[in-house]
Design a protein around this ligand. Structure first.
Ligand SMILES: *Cc1c(COP(=O)(O)O)cnc(C)c1O
Length: 446
């Protein structure tokens, strides 16, 4: 194995097609349903999304070309590095046979993996002549990513930001506004959905589900506006596969094959991004990697949710999707990993958890911050609180191998940096962070 730390691809070796896992599922996933329970056709989705994304949503093609204009923008920050966590391995006292690698998506201008889909979504909307895109954001990363993409392609962006994050993370709002977006705290008084929630609970801290309702309502009511989602949907998972497709090439440069591939899961997109190409590699007989999805104990969708049809949002404006869900009216506790506070999950990730192809685990936030601080002090990168969930399990997997005297190669996706999450680190360092169990989350109403 080469004695190197960073494995960099040349931009000429960047993937030119995304990998569509739908081509390789044992069974097709159940279709989205409308409010009456009827399967939804492309026309019904066209009020919300560009036709190219709708086609990708149901496509059975294994590889889908990345448009040239998207590749050009990808090249401003991709390929992203794959790094061997040598310093972390030393700190953990790992034996030679136990190795940790991470793919680092914090190098994008938004500081996370989210531009990987924001860029193609903005591009496809631009092609259709859409003037404005409305969206929700939790921790602010998706809103930042779409704001940048909107600025690059000349499209207005309106963002409903979950109130707890709006208050905890003013810098994310300012970043979005600097890129030219308009940002509202959600629930807001600007939509029927927001007003409805405020009438029930004037102190609501909001949730992704509520913010989605608001953004969808804005798009449905304005023919020049489309809606955009930063996770969950099939086309979003598709766009994120650049992560895993690059990682496979880079692990080959490192002459290593992961035994376990780990990612944190909010709606499932960065996990899908690193894991789906490895799922394919497993089908091809070239990998035996376990695929491990990590979620917060405060919002344990995959480990404690039900696999059934549910709405993507609180006000039932979105299609119903077959997925693991805690219920569309579930409002999780205000943990700092805002991007992981979602009641549902990607239907593709859900189907693969259901079939046993993907494992899921849930962890508490204080254990994650402990892992994040260990990682930061060793590797120098300050992780996003969301990403710290993957780090926690990567460290646990490595330590378990050390304990058992086994060899193991661990690969995880470091989905973003935590430069805008310092108030969370402050709370952790001051010993003020609490852990929340699922039952402690409040259900807004039945
Ligand atoms: C949004 C976000 C997540 C969670 O979203 P997924 O769609 O599950 O990937 C995780 N990490 C970071 C840094 C994020 O910005």
């Amino acid at each position: 194995m080469p004695d190197r730390t960073r494995f960099m691809l040349d931009e000429r070796d960047m993937p030119t097609a995304w990998y569509n896992v739908q081509a390789d599922l044992a069974e097709q996933i159940p279709p989205p349903l409308d409010a009456e329970g009827n399967p939804m056709g492309p026309e019904q989705l066209a009020v919300l999304f560009p036709m190219e994304c709708i086609k990708q949503e149901v496509s059975q093609e294994r590889y889908i070309d990345v448009p040239g204009a998207v590749i050009d923008v990808y090249k401003t920050y991709r390929p992203s590095p794959l790094i061997r966590a040598k310093a972390l391995e030393r700190v953990l006292g790992l034996p030679e046979g136990v190795k940790i690698f991470y793919k680092y998506e914090g190098v994008s201008p938004a500081g996370s993996h989210k531009p990987n889909t924001a860029i193609p979504q903005a591009y496809y909307n631009k092609l259709e002549g859409v003037k404005k895109i409305s969206t929700e954001t939790g921790a602010g990363q998706w809103g930042s990513a779409l704001s940048i993409a909107g600025a690059l392609f000349g499209i207005e962006v309106e963002v409903f930001m979950v109130k707890v994050s709006y208050e905890q993370k003013p810098y994310r709002r300012i970043l979005m506004e600097t890129y030219g977006a308009t940002v509202h705290a959600s629930p807001s008084n600007l939509t029927e959905a927001g007003r409805h929630v405020l009438a029930m609970d004037p102190d609501s801290t909001g949730s992704l589900g509520i913010a989605i309702s608001e953004a969808v309502e804005v798009a449905v009511k304005d023919p020049d506006t489309h809606y955009s989602l930063g996770s969950v949907l099939n086309h979003v998972c598709l766009h994120q596969t650049v992560i895993g497709l690059e990682a496979i090439q880079q692990m080959e440069m490192a002459e290593a094959e992961p035994d376990v591939v780990i990612g944190c899961v909010g709606g499932g997109s960065n996990f899908a991004g690193i894991a789906f190409p490895y799922y394919k590699r497993r089908l091809d007989g070239k990998s035996k990697a376990r695929l491990v999805a990590v979620e917060p104990k405060a919002c344990p969708t995959l480990t404690a949710g039900e696999y059934r049809y549910d709405f993507g949002d609180e006000a039932k404006m979105t299609p119903q999707m077959m997925m693991y869900t805690l219920g569309h009216d579930f409002v999780p506790a205000g943990i700092h990993a805002g991007g992981l506070r979602y009641h549902g999950d990607s239907p593709l990730v859900s189907a693969l958890v259901k079939s046993g192809d993907i494992e899921a685990v849930a962890v508490h936030q204080t254990a994650c911050f402990e892992a994040a601080v260990t990682f930061a002090r060793a590797e120098g990168i300050l992780p996003a609180p969301e990403s710290s969930h993957a780090i926690r399990v990567a460290i646990d997997e490595a330590l378990a191998a050390k304990e058992a005297g086994e060899d193991k190669t661990v690969l995880f996706n470091l989905s973003g940096h935590g430069h805008f999450d310092l108030s969370a680190y402050e709370a952790y360092l001051a010993g003020r962070l609490k852990d929340y169990d699922f039952a402690a989350g409040t259900v807004l109403h039945d």
